[in-house]
Design a protein around this ligand. Structure first.
Ligand SMILES: Cc1cc2nc3c(=O)[nH]c(=O)nc-3n(C[C@H](O)[C@H](O)[C@H](O)COP(=O)(O)OP(=O)(O)OC[C@H]3O[C@@H](n4cnc5c(N)ncnc54)[C@H](O)[C@@H]3O)c2cc1C
Length: 260
């Protein structure tokens, strides 16, 4: 809150909101879109989420996690998946248009990597990748980024909507290892036209992917005793992954998590 322009003592309740304009809407799957915006600088921290209000649904606010670290030039990127029956997510994925103005506010969250961390494990289910990707890009600005393993999970290979970007990022960053994880090595037998329309030759091969749920895969690892562990995904994925980590001896205080 700040005092009004003429110093009248009027309290501006909107002072903690910022406006950003959609400049790109890329539908990657029938149920997933990446939205890019440029606007006022939003003072969040990498790994946090913000509240967004869309022109299609004035008055409704939904939490989304920026997939880029904060930038002074006001760039924002969000990865959004349709929740069946949801009010906002489906229309963000299907109806967002360049020029739409979004109101952004209320940055919060505690997904972060301590300055002194030397080994990090990140575990992302679906669009839970977004805040972890923001953190990865933020870590890349450190003089000595921690050794980082990113486990990224989906139901089948085509669910890994950012496979190409992660493949390229892992090639560029020697401290980063990406481990793709799929519940089934086979895609469903119906065509996702959005997937077909953005197919590229870059990305992980199916034989480079581990098969199972993220909870099963991390459950097969030994305890993570010297790592900082970050988990982000649907509430169910976070719960089962946390259970696995704690069962295999990873200390609860080493884990930070966010359910979307
Ligand atoms: C901290 C945080 C960060 C988030 N970041 C992202 C993000 O980066 N990208 C993204 O796509 N979403 C993100 N979400 C989820 C997002 O805020 C919305 O909850 C989601 O998009 C559904 O909104 P809706 O208006 O479509 O559904 P609503 O109209 O709110 O809900 C409709 C129905 O769907 C159910 N429902 C709501 N959310 C879910 C869910 N996640 N899974 C299953 N059922 C659900 C509700 O219980 C209700 O029955 C985040 C949520 C939190 C709390």
């Amino acid at each position: 809150m700040t005092i009004g322009p003429e110093d009248t003592g009027e309290i501006r309740l909107d002072a903690q909101e910022w406006t950003s304009t959609v400049v790109g809407h890329h539908r990657l799957r029938h149920d997933i879109a990446v939205i890019r915006l440029i606007g006022e600088y939003v003072p969040f921290l990498a790994g946090q989420s913000v509240e967004v209000q869309l022109p299609q649904h004035p008055g409704l606010r939904r939490r989304l996690s920026p997939a880029l670290p904060p930038s002074l030039d006001g760039k924002l990127e969000f990865h959004v998946r349709t929740v069946p029956g949801g009010w906002c997510s489906g229309s963000i994925v299907a109806d967002t248009r360049p020029g739409d103005q979004w109101r952004i506010g209320a940055p919060v969250g505690w997904l972060s990597v301590d300055d002194w961390a030397t080994d990090v494990v990140m575990i992302a289910g679906g669009t839970g990748l977004a805040p972890l990707r923001s953190l990865l890009l933020d870590l890349s600005r450190r003089p000595e980024p921690p050794r980082t393993h990113l486990f990224v999970g989906g139901r089948s290979p085509r669910d890994l909507y950012a496979s190409d970007m992660l493949f390229l990022l892992a090639g560029e960053l020697p401290w980063l290892t990406v481990v793709p994880v799929v519940e089934s090595a086979y895609d469903p037998d119906w065509r996702d036209e959005w997937h077909e329309s953005c197919r590229v030759d870059v990305g992980f091969e199916v034989d480079e992917m581990l098969e199972g749920t993220l909870a099963e895969v991390v459950g097969d690892m030994g305890p993570l005793l010297n790592h900082q562990v970050l988990v982000c995904g649907s509430p169910g994925m976070v719960r089962s992954t946390m259970d696995s980590l704690i069962r295999n001896g990873t200390p609860a205080e080493a884990i930070r998590y966010e359910g979307l």
